[in-house]
Design a protein around this ligand. Structure first.
Ligand code: PEP
Ligand code: MG
Length: 362
C-alpha cells in the first residue's frame, strides 16, 4: 500500500483536527508498522511478541526453551532467541521513527508452541534433540482443561522470570543500539499481560526494571522506558487504583475483558451467540462492539480510578474494539487517551474518533 492519497487523505487530515482520541496500531512486524504509519497511526499500541516466536527459524529454539529441564538449559535457549528478538524490535522502532511502541511480554500458554498431533511428534522431537517420549511428557504436563484461564500472561513470567529478562534485554538493547547507531530516540513501553492483582505487576516490574536499568548503566546511555499493564481481567479493572500505583500506562485488552466479564469463551461463542442475537437476549456480539453497560463501564471505571491516582497514566484500548466505530464512539465519552487498531482499520478509527468528538463536543 502507498498509504492514503487525494480526497481521502485530505478528509482524514480534517478529521484529525477534531478528534481527541489518539489512534495507534496493533502491529507485530515492521511491514505492519509501515502500513500503520502510512495510514496515520501515531504509535504502536500493541506488539504481540509471541507471534515472533512462531517463525520457522525460531520455533525450534522456543521449543528447546520450553522442554528445558533446568533454569540453565532454559537460559541457554533464551540466549539464542535474544539477538533475533532484538532485531525484531529494532525493525519496529526504526519503522515507527520515535513514535511510541508498546511491546507486550509473551502471553499465550506454552503448549501453543508444541505439537499437539501425534504425527508431528517424531519430527519435532528430533528437531529439538529429545525423545518422542520426553516430548509427549512435556505436552502432557502442559495440558490444561481451561488454558485461556490458565498458565499464560503474567503467570508465565512469574514462573519463568528468565523469559521476561530475555524480552526486556531485547527491547532495551534494541532501543540503545538504535539511539547509538542511527540517532533514533525511542521510549519503549513494556507491557505485562493478564495482570489481575497488583502484586503480580509489582513482582514482574522489579524483574523488568532491574534488567533494563543494569543494561542502561552498562551502556552509559540516557534511555527512558515505561512499564505498564494490560487491563483485561475484571479484577484488574476494579482494583485499578492499586494497579495504577505500579504502572506507567494501562492498555485495555477488551477481548479478554469481554470474555472474562461475560464468562463467554472467546473461542466458542459461536455455539450459542447466534441464538442470543436471534432471541434478542443480546443486541449485538459483545466481541465486535463494546458492551457499554458492562465491559465499557469497567474500562471507564478503571481509567478514572487510575488517573485519579496518577494523572499522567496513559490509557488506551488494544482489543479488537479499538478499530470498531461503534465502540470508538463509546470510548470517546471516557477519559481514554487512545485506541489501537489493526493497521487497515486506522483510517476508519481516525474518522470514527473525529465523529465522536464532534458528537460529544461540550
Ligand atoms: C485482548 O485481550 O483484548 C488483547 C488485546 O490481547 P489478546 O487478544 O492478544 O489476548
Ligand atoms: Mg488478551
Amino acid at each position: 500500500p502507498q498509504g492514503l492519497e487525494g480526497p481521502v487523505a485530505e478528509l482524514l487530515s480534517w478529521a484529525d483536527e477534531f478528534r481527541k482520541l489518539g489512534v495507534r496500531a496493533n502491529a507485530d512486524v515492521p511491514r505492519d508498522a509501515k502500513v500503520a504509519r502510512e495510514f496515520g497511526a501515531e504509535g504502536i499500541g500493541l506488539c504481540r511478541t509471541e507471534h515472533m516466536f512462531f517463525e520457522k527459524d525460531r520455533i525450534p529454539k522456543v521449543r528447546r526453551m520450553i522442554v528445558a529441564r533446568t533454569k540453565e538449559e532454559r537460559e541457554a535457549a533464551l540466549a539464542e532467541l535474544l539477538p533475533l528478538q532484538k532485531e525484531d524490535f529494532k525493525g519496529l522502532f526504526r519503522e515507527m521513527k520515535g513514535y511510541p511502541v508498546t511491546i507486550r511480554l509473551i502471553d499465550p500458554p506454552l503448549h501453543e508452541f508444541l505439537p499437539q498431533e501425534e504425527e508431528q511428534m517424531a519430527e519435532v522431537a528430533q528437531q529439538i534433540g529429545i525423545t518422542v517420549e520426553e516430548l509427549k511428557k512435556v505436552v502432557e504436563q502442559l495440558h490444561e482443561l481451561n488454558p485461556m484461564l490458565g498458565h499464560r500472561g503474567v503467570r508465565l513470567v512469574i514462573t519463568y522470570p528468565e523469559i521476561a529478562v530475555m524480552q526486556t534485554k531485547a527491547i532495551i538493547l534494541a532501543a540503545i543500539e538504535l539511539k547509538k547507531e542511527e540517532g533514533i530516540e525511542v521510549v519503549p513501553e513494556i507491557m505485562i499481560p493478564l495482570v489481575g492483582h497488583v502484586n503480580e505487576l509489582k513482582y514482574i516490574k522489579q524483574v523488568v526494571m532491574e534488567t533494563a536499568d543494569a543494561l542502561i548503566k552498562e551502556h552509559g546511555v540516557d534511555l527512558k522506558y515505561l512499564v505498564g499493564t494490560m487491563i483485561e481481567v475484571p479484577r484488574a479493572a476494579v482494583t485499578a487504583d492499586q494497579i495504577a500505583q505500579e504502572a506507567d500506562f494501562f492498555s485495555f485488552g477488551t477481548n479478554d475483558l469481554t470474555q472474562m466479564t461475560f464468562g463467554f469463551s472467546r473461542d466458542d461463542v459461536g455455539k450459542f451467540l447466534p441464538e442470543y442475537l436471534e432471541k434478542g437476549i443480546l443486541e449485538h456480539d459483545p466481541f465486535k462492539h463494546i458492551d457499554t453497560q458492562g465491559v465499557g463501564q469497567l474500562v471507564k471505571l478503571a481509567t478514572e480510578k487510575g488517573k485519579e491516582v496518577k494523572p499522567t497514566l496513559k490509557c488506551g484500548v488494544c482489543g479488537e474494539h479499538g478499530g470498531d466505530p461503534k465502540s470508538i464512539e463509546f470510548f470517546a465519552t471516557t477519559k481514554l487517551d487512545y485506541v489501537s487498531a489493526s493497521p487497515y482499520r486506522i483510517p476508519v478509527a481516525r474518522l470514527a474518533a473525529a465523529q465522536a468528538s464532534i458528537k460529544y463536543r461540550s
